[in-house]
Design a protein around this ligand. Structure first.
Ligand SMILES: *Cc1c(COP(=O)(O)O)cnc(C)c1O
Length: 424
């Protein structure tokens, strides 16, 4: 496979953009190579600037739930943009997306739109502190909630991949109110809550930023009971899992209702959209009704709202979750078969997210992921790339399945995995 033009594009990018990328994982450092530059994408495929075509398991890191460049979404966005791209004034389409979310997730009585997942969790944390009048936040080792200061500790994929567990520039003062517990360990959460002054527990209800790790039996229920007992808010960070692991996210899958939830990725359909939602009683603490300040020039941008709304409409109309469930069930069966014959690998599949781990037993927390054979993952990634299969370039990331991925695509992936494991 020829990567000449990608190499040239990367050299040019590095002269004017730090590391040549606008989000670190894209630089392919964890897999010891250089990134491919993308020219275009359609359905389940992306094409790079050298004309190589790949079966895509990155899917924009989640948003491309319908596959790339859905014609109906493109049409809707084009029509919307012809009326003006942005006004900085209220538009009706914001209400329509909020109503759509409420119709799918009854506990999201009110929602505030922002422009990224990072902004959504930042807002949720401020809101939780304002509402409870308490200070501390409990988060989990390996869970990522965006790159704002107070949550950039033990934050999974990005930092772990680069070997920078905590970023310079984040002051101890900012993170001293952030308490870290191990994922799937409710006892640690109970102890931390008993320490007092906890405003909220924030969790990826299915973790995706240390590879896919499911909550153990009763873990989310325990978080619900413990937070209620200690009058702290429970925040589900569903930026990755929302409208992906289940039509109703973790709320639908596990029957646990959080006080607040954060969204992003799928709800923008590829446009920059984030959201925080929850009960009206909590949400109305946000300005201008309440005292907790939050704002955004481009928040609720009409083109972005249209993209998200059309994506969710198609998602419902075409029963996208059922399709993804069928394809991911096929994948899970195939992976179970492969892992039964190769005891150095394990896997985790949840709805449209999955990770193959280069360790014999599927990890249940971050230290267990860190024990994976990263060198072997690197070889695997390169092997798949040359076979025309684009994987997220880190063991610590989730792979994504879209509406356009077929069982044949999955067989192609499984065959390549099997061949790699037999030869390496
Ligand atoms: C991606 C992600 C974020 C951050 O969203 P951005 O849009 O990249 O700022 C936050 N939380 C989770 C769980 C995510 O997967």
């Amino acid at each position: 496979m020829d990567h000449t033009k990608s190499r040239q594009a990367f050299d040019a990018a590095k002269k004017s953009i730090p590391g040549g990328v606008n989000s670190p994982v894209r630089a392919f450092r964890a897999v010891g190579s250089e990134p491919v530059f993308i020219a275009s994408a359609k359905d389940q495929f992306v094409e790079d600037v050298d004309g190589n075509r790949y079966l895509d398991f990155i899917c924009t890191w989640g948003p491309a739930i319908l596959g790339h460049a859905n014609p109906e979404v493109l049409d809707a966005v084009r029509r919307r943009m012809e009326k003006g791209i942005s006004f900085g004034m209220p538009t009706e389409i914001e209400t329509r997306l909020a109503e759509k979310m409420h119709s799918m997730l009854p506990y999201v009585e009110k929602v505030r739109f922002v422009s990224s997942g990072t902004e959504a969790t930042m807002t949720a944390i401020r809101l939780a502190r304002g509402y409870t009048g308490k200070e501390k936040i409990i988060k989990f080792n390996g869970c990522y909630h965006g790159h704002h200061d107070s949550l950039l500790v033990k934050a999974g994929s990005g930092g772990a991949t680069l070997g920078v567990p905590d970023s310079p520039g984040v002051t101890p003062g900012t993170t001293k109110s952030t308490v870290i517990c191990e994922y799937n360990n409710a006892d640690e959460v109970r102890d931390a809550l008993e320490g007092g002054n906890v405003a909220a527990v924030i969790v990826e209800p299915v973790a995706g930023n240390m590879g896919v790790i499911k909550p153990g039996d009763g873990f989310l229920q325990a978080l619900r009971e413990l937070t209620e007992r200690h009058e702290a808010l429970l925040i589900f960070d569903e930026v990755m899992t929302g409208f992906r692991i289940h039509r109703q996210g973790a709320y639908g899958l596990y029957g646990v209702t959080p006080d607040l939830a954060t969204f992003g990725k799928v709800i923008g359909g590829g446009m920059p959209v984030g959201a925080v939602g929850g009960s009206a009683a909590v949400m109305d603490w946000l300005a201008p009704v309440g005292p907790v300040y939050q704002a955004g020039t481009l928040s609720g941008n009409p083109a972005a709202m249209e993209c998200g709304l059309k994506t969710l409409e198609i998602y419902e109309r075409e029963n996208v979750p059922d399709h993804i469930q069928a394809v991911s069930g096929h994948l899970a069966n195939g992976l179970a078969d492969i892992c039964s014959r190769h005891n150095t690998v394990s896997f985790s599949v949840q709805g449209g997210m999955f990770t193959v781990f280069f360790t014999g037993t599927a990890p249940s927390n971050f230290p267990e992921v860190a024990a994976c054979d990263m060198e072997r993952f690197r070889c695997f990634f390169q092997y798949m790339l040359e076979k025309g299969i684009l994987l997220p370039p880190s063991q610590y990331e989730a792979n994504f399945i879209s509406f356009k991925h077929t069982k044949q695509d999955i067989d192609h992936y499984l065959n390549a995995l099997e061949t790699f494991l037999s030869a390496n």
